[in-house]
Design a protein around this ligand. Structure first.
Ligand SMILES: [Zn+2]
Length: 390
């Protein structure tokens, strides 16, 4: 009996040591970020909500609600137009200034459910097929519930040599939500439901943040901050527009800028950062933490060729106010700017871009200081534009 009590005591002691060890490990990872002097301990709630929210192209209702609520604090009116763009308006004056940031994210849509309950999908926006393999996704059903699924395919062990050599295509992938029949699956979700990557948002270390849908929710966040920071006494009507369906053809930027017909539009979006392995500086030498990127040419000129007048306006504002900035000349990818500057008889348009790593992947990395630089530069550019054109 005494032996048994002794054994129990030893077991208790060992369990105690184990618990203490696991507490130590948790404490250690917390102090890692706290030790950094410049870093913030927590992500701003609005930024986190925007990154975590769902809203693939054409399904922007939930993220639109967050933006509408935030913009209503700084705007005289906020409306959602026929197309799904959220447009906040403030002030009066001769000039009309438009700020545009797209709110949609890339994702997928449920296309087909097979008899065994596996879900097939189509992609919405530019997604490179190999990144999809094994990812956790959420299917948003009509009740707004998020159903967790895993993207699967035939395991490499069972592939023949030819199959193994070629990258798996998205049409050969399916989502597994843990139900075993079509009937069961269709009780939970519908054909046509949107699918997003598993929401994530947080601080990696210091000023380096991460999150789903950084393209382009970080710019939506910046736009809200710009409206809060802009002087209340500007001789102009200021429009803050969270555009819909940018990722599938710059559509919301086209319709909203036609309606607003601004004298000057400033587009805010993310751009590819070149500071990760495998990217030649000749392709991109943008770096995280080195400031907001002033975009001059997109997609080798097939996208926006920012007018010289707008480039000078933005560059002068950056230099005069010592705002950290980099120059972005990109051979691939374009923004709402391309639809806005070719709209009507041509709208004077500038583009500010926030360098971002792993764009169009389930989670991206960015530097909060670059977001802040984008806010500062947008404010100074807009105030200068109104002043110079009086
Ligand atoms: Zn974008």
């Amino acid at each position: 009996m005494k032996k048994r009590i002794a054994a129990l005591l030893i077991l208790f002691f060992m369990f105690g040591v184990y618990c203490e060890r696991s507490v130590d490990i948790v404490m250690a990872s917390n102090s890692f970020s706290k030790e950094k002097k410049t870093g913030r301990k927590e992500m701003d709630k609005l930024l986190k909500d925007l990154l975590m929210s769902d809203g693939i192209s054409g399904y922007e209702e939930n993220v639109a609600k967050i933006i509408t609520e935030a913009l209503s604090k700084s705007c005289d009116s906020v409306e959602t137009d026929n197309f799904g763009n959220v447009i906040g308006k403030r002030g009066n004056g001769k000039k009309k200034i438009m700020i545009a940031a797209h709110m949609d994210e890339i994702g997928m849509i449920v296309k087909h459910v097979d008899e065994k309950g596996f879900i097939y999908f189509i992609k919405v926006g530019g997604i490179n097929d190999p990144i999809l393999m094994g990812k956790t996704v959420k299917i948003i059903n009509k009740k707004g519930e998020q159903i967790t699924g895993i993207i699967g395919t035939k395991p490499p062990h069972l592939m023949n040599e030819e199959e193994r050599k070629a990258p798996v295509k998205s049409e050969n992938m399916f989502i597994d939500i843990g139900l075993s029949s079509k009937k069961e699956v269709l009780k939970v979700i519908d054909i046509g439901d949107q699918i997003i990557f598993e929401p994530s948002a947080g601080i990696l270390n210091g000023d380096f943040y991460y999150g789903k849908a950084a393209d382009n929710r970080i710019s939506c966040y910046a736009m809200i901050k710009i409206m809060e920071k802009l002087s209340k006494n500007l001789d102009a009507e200021i429009y803050a527009c969270a555009t819909a369906q940018e990722e599938v053809g710059l559509k919301g930027g086209k319709t909203s800028s036609f309606k607003i017909d601004p004298d000057f539009a400033l587009v805010i979006d993310t751009t590819v950062s070149g500071d990760t392995p495998g990217i030649d500086p000749k392709t991109s030498d943008l770096k995280l933490g080195k400031g907001v990127a002033i975009t001059m040419i997109e997609a080798g000129g097939r996208g926006t060729i920012v007018p010289h007048k707008a480039r000078k306006l933005i560059l002068d504002a950056a230099k005069e106010n010592n705002i950290p900035h980099q120059i972005d000349i990109i051979d691939g990818g374009m923004t709402d700017g391309a639809a806005i500057y070719t709209n009507r008889e041509g709208i004077l348009t500038g583009i500010l871009s926030i360098p971002t790593r792993y764009i169009h992947a389930p989670a991206s990395v960015f530097n909060i200081k670059d977001v802040e630089a984008a806010v500062d530069l947008a404010v100074k550019t807009i105030e200068r534009q109104i002043r110079e054109n009086r």
